[in-house]
Design a protein around this ligand. Sequence first.
Ligand code: GLY
Length: 419
Amino acid sequence: MRVLLVGGGGREHALGWKLAQSRIITDLIAVPGNPGFAQLGACIPGIDILDPRAVVDLALANAIDLVVIGPESPLAAGVVDALTLSGIRAYGPTKAGAQLESSKAFAKSIMRRAGVPTADSRTFTDVDEAIEYLETIPGPYVVKADGLAYGKGVLVTEDLIAAQGWARLCIGGEFGEAGSTVVIEDFLPGQEVSVFAICDGTRALAMDTARDYKRHRDGGKGPNTGGMGCYSPASRLPDDLVDRTLDEIIQPVLTALADDGIQYRGFLYAGLVLTTEGPKVLEFNCRLGDPETQVLMTRLDEDLLEILASGAEGYLPDGPLRWHDKAAVDVVLTAAGYPDNAETGRAISGVNEVRSMPDVHIFHANTRRTAEGLVTAGGRVLNIVATGDTVQQARTRAYDAASHVHFGGMHYRRDIADS
Ligand code: GLY
């Protein structure tokens, strides 16, 4: 099977690494891919992955049998719709299905209809109405831009004036079209966790648990980031979390979407809060987590390509998914200035050394190959993933490997998976 992988981050490098091990794969290419992925297959530069026609043309020119899409934005741009119309099989939801992430108001309305537990909310397009409404509710206030704002569109605050200011900014155009509608929802106290599933339109198979570390510095300090590391399986979660999420959240959402004629065939990421009444949905994403994918792929004991190809056709195999009985830890190496203004162009050393270490994988997130060698190209630069019989063993291996990589301004948290 000839496979085209869309995306170029650490998540896609890890997906590509797993797809490349399939017994049915013959060719693997990525658009745009990255220097790490280039060890697995060709990387195609210069194609706009948000242009559905361009992705279709690339797939046709390469006689692709299955397109797998990693990030959310091509999905929201309708890439899967265009591929399907052209008779090319794709794994990822259509534009309508991707609204679960690209419109918080849409996600709320589906959840309401499906009876899925989530915070009560109201939707506004008028700034005065949003501001007045905020005066009638107690804090903390949760104000979200409706559309894709890449993690920047949400404010949670105790401060009414700040909440009102945020609603004004969103509706006033700070996030463009994505913010012209705002969703104001009740604050849900509790631990945040995520559950990921592979869906085929009517059924879902859940991934094992992973815990990520969002703050920039040790001890959960510093600004929020895309993710500074993670480990799997996650400890101290309720035993029934994954089953409850499938039964009470993901399955009813798939059914409600199907009732609207939307066959959701793609990854589904349920961002949850563990409340005293059970898991409630904070948000959905129509992609897998990054860096969670990087640890999950090293633990998945299945042929991922067979599963995604079946899912794209609407018939996943019977579950549950099998997992290697080992732990995995990912330490993310970041550039100076991340998450605000990451420095780029710094020479990276040690990558080949780490690649040859047993039980260690290095997944590239933002690197670039130049005539002088590998350099940094963004905030999260490399993922050092190690496996072991225990989380502690995997952790020791990951930190040992990380100590062999160097670039100017390199930073990483020292407390990933430390308890
Ligand atoms: N690790 C969180 C995310 O992918 O959004």
